[in-house]
Design a protein around this ligand. Structure first.
Ligand code: GDP
Length: 367
């Protein structure tokens, strides 16, 4: 039929063209008497949440909703992409509600990382960005690390209130929620999730012991991350899957490092020194002389310097140069969503190149 169909679960308008977006249903499912979107289907039958993409306005509406609740807000960030997965201004929306900050994907950081130092670093960064969390935790939703502890902590600080879980897309929020569902259900008991009534924003409610709920809110897309500029295939290469092996380079002045063909780091001045690269192990690093770098990129981007691959080079944005003179010790130059380069002693003069639209920023070293 040509008229709009609605999901019997959440009421969203059904569409069959865009998998992963709100209201998606496979065409074959339209023959059924009662039409249910794929998201509700999975929720009902598998107790499993899927993330949908949202417009910025939808997300603002969700944030406004948070401010009107009396709840605990759990904010999840991707520790590998701290700044890229930060939700700016969340503190202004949450009102008086406490915020618990959870850093996910801790399994990606080198095992030697000092966790207490990292937590203090997160507290400091959060404060600079305007948020004072009640607590900061580290977890790996995928590996199941720290999940039990996080649940205990959430239960302690929520003091009988509902819990709202927020985060950008790709921070691992669905993985986290699905872990929580499994852990809380403790095996056999099936806990039944449901949509929050009266919202079209696809919030999902997970019942807690005391009749309160843990609510999963949809994630927002951060447009300044590398993920939006590469193909699905290349995204697999740039997304770290395993513990990152720090790669140390002894650099002379006027030397350049290429990170595949995605980004570039020029060491301009400051004497011979070492820098440490934290990127997915699958990204190749090429070192060259600064004076030869432009030419090398021109000639070899898409081939020796990849990703992006040759056929994707056409669509790939030009590299934009960002120059920094480092005035403090131990700074990270961050390529949003790709990784970072740590420069230990102050006084280095460097340039970082990233595709147009991708954020490059300077921060005190995370590790
Ligand atoms: P969402 O968009 O926030 O719901 O994120 P997903 O749960 O879909 O996860 C996004 C990506 O991050 C997927 O490729 C996951 O496999 C990955 N991921 C999630 N949690 C972890 C984790 O703890 N460690 C690692 N290394 N990857 C994770």
């Amino acid at each position: 039929s040509s008229q709009n169909e609605h999901c019997i679960g959440c009421g969203v308008t059904i569409q069959t063209d865009k998998p992963g977006e709100l209201g998606y249903t496979p065409r074959s499912a339209l023959e059924k008497e009662e039409i249910i979107c794929q998201r509700c289907f999975r929720l009902r039958h598998y107790n499993e949440v899927q993330d949908v993409e949202l417009s910025d306005q939808d997300f603002l509406d969700i944030l406004h909703t948070l401010g009107k609740t009396n709840s605990l807000v759990v904010k999840i960030i991707d520790i590998f992409d701290f700044n890229g997965s930060w939700i700016p201004g969340l503190h202004r929306f949450v009102g008086k509600n406490p915020v618990l900050l959870i850093g996910n994907k801790v399994d990606l950081l080198p095992k030697s990382t000092n966790k207490n130092k990292l937590i203090n670093w997160m507290k400091l960064q959060a404060k600079e960005l305007g948020l004072i969390p009640v607590d900061v935790l580290l977890v790996s939703a995928e590996k199941g690390l720290g999940i039990q502890e996080a649940l205990v902590e959430i239960d302690r600080i929520r003091q009988g209130k509902d819990v709202y879980v927020v985060g950008c897309t790709n921070v691992g929020k669905s993985t986290f929620i699905n872990r929580v569902i499994k852990t809380a259900a403790g095996g056999d008991d099936v806990i039944t999730t449901s949509h929050v009534p009266g919202t079209t924003l696809d919030m999902i409610e997970i019942p807690l012991d005391d009749g309160k709920s843990l609510v999963d809110t949809p994630g927002i897309i951060n447009h300044h991350q590398m993920a939006h500029y590469v193909s699905k295939k290349d995204l697999k290469v740039i997304t770290p899957k395993k513990e990152i092996k720090p790669r140390v380079y002894q650099l002379n002045e006027n030397q350049t490092l290429f990170f595949g063909g995605l980004a570039r780091f020029d060491y301009i001045k400051g004497g011979r020194r070492s820098v440490i690269c934290y990127l997915a192990n699958s990204i190749e690093i090429h070192r060259t002389k600064l004076e030869k770098a432009d030419q090398l990129y021109e000639k070899h981007a898409g081939e020796m310097l990849q990703p992006p691959s040759r056929d994707e080079l056409q669509k790939f944005p030009e590299l934009v140069r960002h120059e920094f003179k480092l005035k403090s010790d131990k700074m990270d130059i961050v390529f949003s969503g790709l990784g970072w380069v740590t420069v230990k002693e102050q006084g280095a003069h460097v340039a970082a190149y990233a595709p147009k639209g991708v954020s490059v920023l300077l921060r005190p070293s995370l590790i």
